[in-house]
Design a protein around this ligand. Structure first.
Ligand code: NAD
Ligand code: ZN
Length: 364
């Protein structure tokens, strides 16, 4: 048994304002005769002004039979949605040269999962878990337009399936290429930017306070935390430099959890998302608001950030739920063993009982 995780990382990284314009050059060597590049683009950009100089869609390097698909990310990615996208591509083209995800965490996760499902049999639901994916996917690239999730660097793609919300965690999951161009995140609405930015902040707290922490995770986590503090606490107004920093915070936060894990906020927020469809960023914030017992300093600082940025965190979202609903959320949360172990240690099962979780959910 090996003790040290030997993890696969993203193959290529480009960072910088305007680096999106290099996409054509980057993709050319990966184009295969007759097989299109598929651009999976966050549906937000379907309505952007294509004549604007910074338009994203008009700058996508569409060649020959390439296909642009706008991904509906109203809800977080589902296994059914992934299966459907992959099936359609197989029927239309047989195979594709690559899948390029342009958007937030949802779109990037869809792109990773569709890439994998182009080469793996069955349903993506069969691969929700750790190291179940059998074959590498087609070439895949991730281009974030919203910073915080770390989905651009992670070895997972989080999907809601018929029985669970769980990622396809595998060495085949990381992107072959990522393009980090902070310009693409310029127009994110303030609330969304905060919620997704807090995903990164919470990754840092959960990683740095976790039992899995080592110097590798700590180095990235501390840097990401410092950047989050600069953008959400120090600066008076939002500017380009903040977008530059938050994009690197997301990357570093993701690198930090690559070698550790997330913790209580995520484990609990997965339950909300499964039952109520609460989105990841805001769900984490809703939970973090009540985690003083686990992360006292992190929660105090989180509240300071909420106040400074004039954000409202929803409350009362579990009001009126049935016993059955609470049980379902507790089930989904309890499946996240590595998260609980990271947060509370090897004897976590003694520390976090179903009743304790129920009390916590009732507060949200
Ligand atoms: P998101 O991708 O769900 O997008 C949120 C909203 O922002 C959407 O309405 C989208 O259209 C919009 N948007 C995106 N870019 C925009 C832009 N430039 N301007 C204006 N609007 C824009 O949000 P997210 O928080 O980035 O991602 C959440 C998802 O990521 C969840 O599904 C979660 O499970 C997943 N996630 C994955 C990982 C991983 O490691 N794979 C880690 C954390 C979260
Ligand atoms: Zn997260």
């Amino acid at each position: 048994m090996s003790n040290f995780r030997n993890f696969k990382m993203v193959d290529y990284v480009v960072y910088g304002r305007g680096s999106f314009n290099q996409l054509d050059e980057i993709l050319t060597p990966h184009r295969k005769e007759g097989a299109p590049m598929v651009f999976l683009v966050d549906h937000h950009f379907e309505n952007e002004d294509a004549s604007a100089t910074n338009s994203i869609v008009s700058r996508i390097p569409v060649r020959a039979n390439d296909k642009v698909i706008f991904a509906d990310v109203t809800y977080e990615p589902k296994t059914k949605q992934v299966d459907h996208l992959a099936q359609n591509l197989k029927e239309e083209f047989g195979t594709v040269s690559g899948v390029i995800g342009i958007g937030g965490g949802s779109t990037m996760d869809l792109a990773k999962a569709v890439s994998l499902m182009m080469n793996n049999p069955g349903s993506s639901a069969d691969y929700q878990g750790w190291d179940l994916v059998k074959y590498p996917g087609v070439y895949k690239a991730g281009i974030p337009t919203l910073s915080g999730t770390g989905a651009e660097v992670s070895r997972t793609t989080v999907l809601t399936g018929p029985t669970k919300k769980l990622g396809m965690n595998s060495d085949f999951t990381p992107f072959n290429q990522i393009v980090l161009d902070p310009e693409l995140a310029a127009d994110v609405p303030v609330n969304q930017r905060f919620y997704t930015g807090m995903d990164c902040y919470i990754h840092c707290i959960e990683s740095l306070q976790g039992t899995y922490l080592n110097e590798f995770s700590k180095s990235y986590g501390e840097k990401a935390l410092e950047l989050c503090r600069e953008v959400f606490l120090t600066k008076e107004t939002w500017d380009n430099e903040n977008d530059d920093k938050l994009m690197m915070a997301s990357y570093a936060g993701g690198m930090s959890i690559a070698y550790s894990q997330v913790g209580v906020a995520h484990a609990v927020s997965y339950g909300l998302s499964y039952l109520l469809g609460t989105k990841h960023g805001v769900g984490n914030c809703i939970v973090m608001n009540h985690l003083e017992e686990y992360y006292p300093e992190g929660v105090a600082e989180f509240k300071q950030m909420v106040k400074k940025n004039n954000i409202e965190i929803p409350t009362g979202i579990c009001q009126g739920l049935s016993d059955e609903d609470f049980d379902k959320m507790i089930d989904v949360s309890m499946v996240m063993k590595p998260l609980w172990e990271n947060a509370l240690g090897k004897n976590w099962e003694q520390l976090i009982t179903r009743q304790k979780l129920r009390d916590l959910y009732q507060k949200l």
